[in-house]
Design a protein around this ligand. Structure first.
Ligand code: UDP
Length: 238
């Protein structure tokens, strides 16, 4: 059963449970996709029915970001723990490297996906890269075709939200991949173009603050977090 946080149904799973489910999906027939909404994405879904449908239609909806955990707590339906998308993705890539499954990287600026693939190959020996492409293409159906032709078992779709969620919902099956992961700016981190917050910030649930001081222009996007919490408080009263 999913936990409803302002219309988005989150799977109440630990990281270990999420990984077990991810592996199961990768092994089963058909196309599956995973989304990792943070408060900003939940707010975007509230204003965009297609995005909401794409997110709720995922096979696994993971609570990325401490804001979602707070929101669920405010609503008195707590989630077990935060499951950061990038950590989930990294572990799934490692699993693929150990189990002979190939991975495709779609997204980010030209050159970034290639660099991410290179770095991950160094990190996880045996990792099979099915292919890479930047995220600034015009035709979604064509992009799905690139993944299909590559024969990838798993694909990282990193186009930013809610574009990546809509892509996976609409074209997931056409890619032929068993599992697609919508992972926002993760390719930038894997490529070393962007840094994840140091451990201190992550451990103290201050990753959002680190991202803000590193990139103050995110303030507009970040204001979605207090708005999300206000909406959660409002929903509790009803
Ligand atoms: N991006 C893309 N195609 C687009 C728009 C964005 O590939 O049309 C990429 C962008 O280059 C970045 C990622 O999508 O690598 C989104 O990053 P952001 O930091 O916004 O994602 P977050 O992790 O915060 O959701």
């Amino acid at each position: 059963m999913r936990i409803n946080v302002l219309g988005v149904g989150f799977d109440n799973v630990t990281m270990a449970e999420a990984l077990a489910r991810g592996e199961e999906l990768l092994r089963s027939e058909g196309a599956h996709y995973v989304v990792t909404p943070n408060p900003e994405i939940v707010e975007a879904c509230r204003a965009d029915a297609e995005a909401m449908e794409a997110v709720n239609g995922a096979d696994l909806v993971l609570p990325d970001g401490i804001g979602v955990i707070y929101g669920a707590k405010i609503l008195k339906t707590p989630l077990k723990e935060r499951v950061p998308g990038i950590e989930f993705g990294t572990s799934m890539i490692e699993w693929c490297s150990k189990n002979g499954k190939s991975v495709y990287f779609l997204g980010a600026k030209p050159g970034v996906a290639e660099q991410a693939a290179e770095n991950l190959k160094q990190r996880f020996s045996g990792l099979i890269i099915a292919g890479t492409h930047d995220g600034y293409f015009k035709d979604d159906a064509e992009a799905a075709g690139w993944i299909r032709e590559s024969g990838a078992d798993m694909a990282l779709i990193c186009l930013g939200a809610p574009k990546q969620e809509k892509f996976m919902a609409r074209y997931g099956a056409e890619t032929g991949a068993k599992l697609l992961l919508g992972l926002g700016g993760s390719l930038d981190v894997f490529a070393g173009v962007a840094q994840r917050a140091p451990e201190f910030y992550v451990n103290h649930n201050l990753e959002w603050f680190y991202r803000l001081i590193k990139n103050p222009s995110r303030i507009g996007r970040m204001m979605k977090l207090p708005l999300f919490l206000i909406h959660a408080m409002g929903a509790k009263k009803n």
